[in-house]
Design a protein around this ligand. Sequence first.
Ligand code: ZN
Ligand code: FE
Length: 257
Amino acid sequence: MALEIRQFACLEDNYGFLIHCSETGACAAIDTPEPARILEEARAAGWRVSEIWNTHHHWDHAGGNDTIRAASGARITAPAAEADKIGHVDARMHPGDRVRLGRLEAQILDVGGHTLGHIAYWFETEGVAFVGDALFALGCGRLFEGTPQQAQAGLARLRDLPPETVIYCAHEYTQANAKFALSVDPQNAALQAYAREVEALRARGEPTVPTTIARERAANPFLRWDDSALRAGLGLETAQDWQVYGAVRAAKDRFRG
Ligand code: ZN
Ligand code: FE
């Protein structure tokens, strides 16, 4: 397989990712949370960062762009809708566009909500997606800019990816997310097992990222708007899907675990 992925911790709880086409040497940083760390990881791998692919405009995702560009001359690919906030952008992406990394190709998915123009990068052939802050293991990003309708539509696009798709999210929030998830979906056996696994991984200092669409569909309350037990617990048996998502999001925002 031509796609190589290097994942490493950045800042407090971010993950940095470097992706590499082993046939051509092209290498992209997915977001730029901690530029010095990203450049060091690239050096250690023997890779040169030729690309930056941003998911959204927040500082812990695009704030290191200039430093990396100055160091490596990386070309910046970013959501067209957020280019003004990001600064220098070479390639402005719209939903449905395709972007190449050497011999590899990713599709741009619209996952707006956390921010209005948030995009995900989906490598269909390799079965891998980089989703930024749109979806987390057992959680999802806060609704800073979009509406619940918009965010739920974006999450539905991710949920509809092949179940084995490997999901790289940008933060290690899973332990806190699991506590909340159990509070709204306490009888879910898949969630209970997942939460135990997360405890064990974190106790050993290991990451819970990446996850898969199958795991999240079974246990993540932000993707379970059509689950009857979750709906009943919220008193929303007959609500629209986005309303169920919105109620879960609002409950999480209030939750003090
Ligand atoms: Zn963010
Ligand atoms: Fe973030």
